[in-house]
Design a protein. Structure first.
Length: 279
């Protein structure tokens, strides 16, 4: 089995009278070494169930199928789907046309296999963060992810407290999973070439989500987190005025002069739990 080279991608686009859609963020990987590296980092192999979102023309899809994994390739672009099918269905891949942000993911996956599943994808930059968060929140069957995203998005998803990229999305990912940037991907491997660098993020779901030792509801916790990061340059006593009571800072062991990026998940949970509002 071979993955797609740059001339093969150009030929596919020409034969199917296709042009990459800027609106859908289509940048096709045109380097066999890159897609095989992604498949290797994803630890995909025989017996694994892998879902790929934004399969495009099937370059990464073929590399995943090459490992022996069972692959479900999801693609939103109905114009692209016939070309994708022609490339990957001979390799035993199932293609599903659909919008990843609108699909009933628990049902889609359960119909095919109870789990666990791995998500491996070159995600369009504009949907990467909301999609990753939604899958962590709603689809426990997906036990791990390896996603290729814009470098800044990758750093935000995996950022620890106290770093510049750290934000509300970082805290939310940390609630559900452990995350790390595991590689860089240059613009030169894509067709068309994007104006940004990409990176690979590994996300592994925690056996039990949440925060040890802090009893606080999920919605309450992230209402406080969102409020804190909405004015991240301000001290928390100002940013959280009307959201967290002054007494809660002392009860939680959090300095009111701290700023949002200084608090890790555990500190946010203590602060939310220390408020009088219901969890």
């Amino acid at each position: 089995m071979v993955t797609l080279t740059r001339p093969q991608i150009s030929d596919l686009l020409s034969r199917h009278r296709l042009r990459p859609s800027r609106a859908l963020g289509q940048n096709f990987v045109a380097d066999p070494n890159t897609v095989r590296r992604v498949a290797r980092l994803a630890a995909a192999g025989p017996g694994d169930r892998v879902v790929e979102i934004g399969a495009g023309l099937g370059s990464l899809t073929l590399a995943l199928a090459e490992t022996g994994a069972s692959v479900l390739a999801v693609e939103i672009d109905r114009h692209l789907v016939p070309a994708l099918r022609s490339v990957v269905e001979p390799a035993g891949v199932e293609v599903l046309e659909g919008d990843a942000l609108a699909l009933d993911w628990p049902a889609v996956l359960a119909e095919r296999h109870a789990g666990p599943w791995a998500l491996v994808a070159n995600l369009p930059y504009n949907i990467a963060t909301p999609l990753v968060i939604r899958l962590l929140e709603e689809v426990p069957a997906i036990a791990r992810m390896l996603v290729m995203v814009q470098r800044e998005v990758a750093e935000r998803l995996a950022a620890p407290a106290g770093t510049e990229p750290y934000g509300a999305a970082s805290v939310k990912v940390a609630y559900w999973a452990t995350a790390a940037v595991v590689g860089r991907v240059p613009p030169t491997v894509f067709v068309p070439r994007p104006r940004v660098d990409s990176a690979l993020v590994s996300i592994v779901r925690r056996p039990v989500p949440g925060v040890a030792g802090a009893v606080v509801g999920y919605e309450r916790l992230f209402a406080v987190v969102r409020a804190g990061f909405a004015q991240r340059r301000k001290m928390l006593r100002r940013a959280l005025e009307g959201v967290v009571s002054p007494a809660a800072f002392a009860a939680a062991g959090v300095a009111p002069t701290a700023r949002a990026e200084e608090l890790d998940l555990e500190a946010w949970a203590r602060l939310a739990a220390a408020t009088a509002a219901p969890g």
